[in-house]
Design a protein around this ligand. Structure first.
Ligand code: NAD
Ligand code: ZN
Length: 251
């Protein structure tokens, strides 16, 4: 049965207890874990979607105007993440990974903060990609954002790869297919876990929002840490409300 705990200090105690009792934990994070570092989320009270519209994958590949607008946002985001640091929650999760308690950190975030907090590549599954570099949509070659910016400044056009393909930030845009390898890794990690902790996600973006359901149906306990309600609250064993920084303070 689902129990909601509104007091974040009590939530911190419950989370620490559940993590201690578990053998293997999967942590799943969304934009809410990074707001206390200073990066706005999409759907929270100060979310970006209240200010701008998303640029869809189809628009990126068909419209030069959309590509230039997308790049402009990528350079702004690059400058924004360069100014911030991983917070208490990122660091607590990285420590649990180092101790072998957490077998995977599955994140919807593209800000690279889990890696900067010390989660190694083999434990980190970025299902929506990573905004700190770019790739060619045709051959997959890696490109750096600074080089892309220099190319746009020099030519006024969006950058191309040596192979002629479009270069795009290495994130999964709206309308773009999910990365199969990352989704497989995520499902594998979930099968091994007996506790799934969802942190700072509105749990509305598909297919990412199905991962907690998979965990639950595989027999794991489910805890949701979020400031607002989510559509999966009824499925969770515990729903812990309040600031993520406070709820993670006892770990
Ligand atoms: P979301 O914006 O849909 O939901 C974030 C949730 O976190 C909201 O319900 C909000 O109330 C809650 N929240 C925010 N700050 C909190 C805090 N300090 N304490 C407790 N709760 C808090 O985020 P989502 O579910 O991750 O979906 C958004 C998509 O946008 C993701 O796919 C992600 O790729 C992308 N995104 C990433 C970043 C980033 O990388 N930091 C930022 C914005 C959006
Ligand atoms: Zn290429």
């Amino acid at each position: 049965m689902s129990v909601t705990i509104d007091d974040p200090n009590e939530g911190a105690r419950v989370l620490a207890e559940m993590v201690t009792a578990a053998e293997t934990v999967v942590v799943f994070t969304g934009a809410g874990i990074s707001t206390e570092s200073g990066i706005p989320d999409f759907r929270g009270p100060n979310g970006l979607w209240k200010k701008i519209e998303p640029i869809y994958y189809d628009e990126f590949v068909t419209s030069e105007t959309a590509r230039l607008a997308d790049w402009k946002r990528r350079f702004t985001f690059r400058d924004q993440i360069a100014r911030v640091e991983p917070n208490l929650a990122h660091l607590a999760i990285a420590r649990l990974v180092a101790r072998g308690k957490v077998n995977a950190v599955i994140t919807q975030n593209i800000d690279g903060l889990h890696a900067r907090a010390g989660v190694p590549d083999e434990r980190l599954i970025e299902i929506h990609g990573n905004a700190t570099y770019a790739t060619c949509l045709d051959c997959g070659e890696r490109h750096e954002l600074d080089a892309a910016e220099a190319a746009i400044l020099a030519t006024g056009r969006s950058p191309r790869c040596g192979c002629g393909g479009l270069v795009k930030a290495a994130v999964i845009s709206f309308g773009q297919a999910m990365p199969t390898r990352e989704m497989e890794r995520a499902e594998q990690a979930i099968q091994e876990a007996d506790l799934f902790v969802a942190v700072g996600s509105s749990l509305t973006v598909q297919p990412a929002a199905t991962l907690p359901m998979i965990a639950k149906y595989d027999g794991a306990r489910l805890v949701i840490v979020n400031g607002e309600e989510t559509p999966l609250d009824g499925l969770a064993d515990r729903v812990l409300r309040g600031s993520i920084g406070t709820v993670f303070s006892a770990l």
